[in-house]
Design a protein around this ligand. Structure first.
Ligand SMILES: [Zn+2]
Length: 138
């Protein structure tokens, strides 16, 4: 961009025009810097996005590097892990867990029912004890 100014007025007018020109140039410079910062910000955000989108792959990589501990081979005799519902045997705890969640999904609620029944039974037994104590005092 070029700006030509011809001045025939006194020095003060020339100075004022030059100051105005400097202000315009400074504003243009600031605008340029602002645009540069925005461009940098955009590239940084794109880099960050690509890093974030590659995170699941990296996590999978790390998982692949970790040793797989097969509980069935390390600590337990083969066939030790048995499904209590259908009697099927499993080599690994994971296999048994998967089997339980797929084949017997109501297992957990049954457990809860049994536990709540047991606590109810305890409560009734305690009440009977109290009644018996009261009976002996009569
Ligand atoms: Zn089973």
């Amino acid at each position: 961009m070029s700006l030509y100014i011809k001045i025939e007025e006194p020095k003060s007018t020339r100075k004022a025009l030059l100051v105005g020109k400097i202000n315009v140039l400074n504003a243009l410079k600031r605008c340029e810097e602002h645009n540069e910062i925005r461009a940098k910000l955009k590239t940084r955000l794109q880099e960050l996005n690509s890093i974030l989108s590659s995170l699941p792959e990296k996590i999978d990589e790390i998982k692949g590097m970790l040793p797989v501990v097969d509980v069935g081979k390390v600590g337990f005799a083969a066939g030790r892990l048995r499904c209590e519902m259908c009697g099927k045997f499993f080599k690994t705890e994971r296999g048994l867990r998967l089997h339980m969640s797929k084949q017997h999904p109501v297992e957990t609620t049954k457990k809860e029912e049994v536990e709540s029944a047991a606590t109810a039974l305890d409560r009734i037994e305690k009440q009977i004890e109290m009644i018996e104590k009261e009976m002996t005092q009569l």
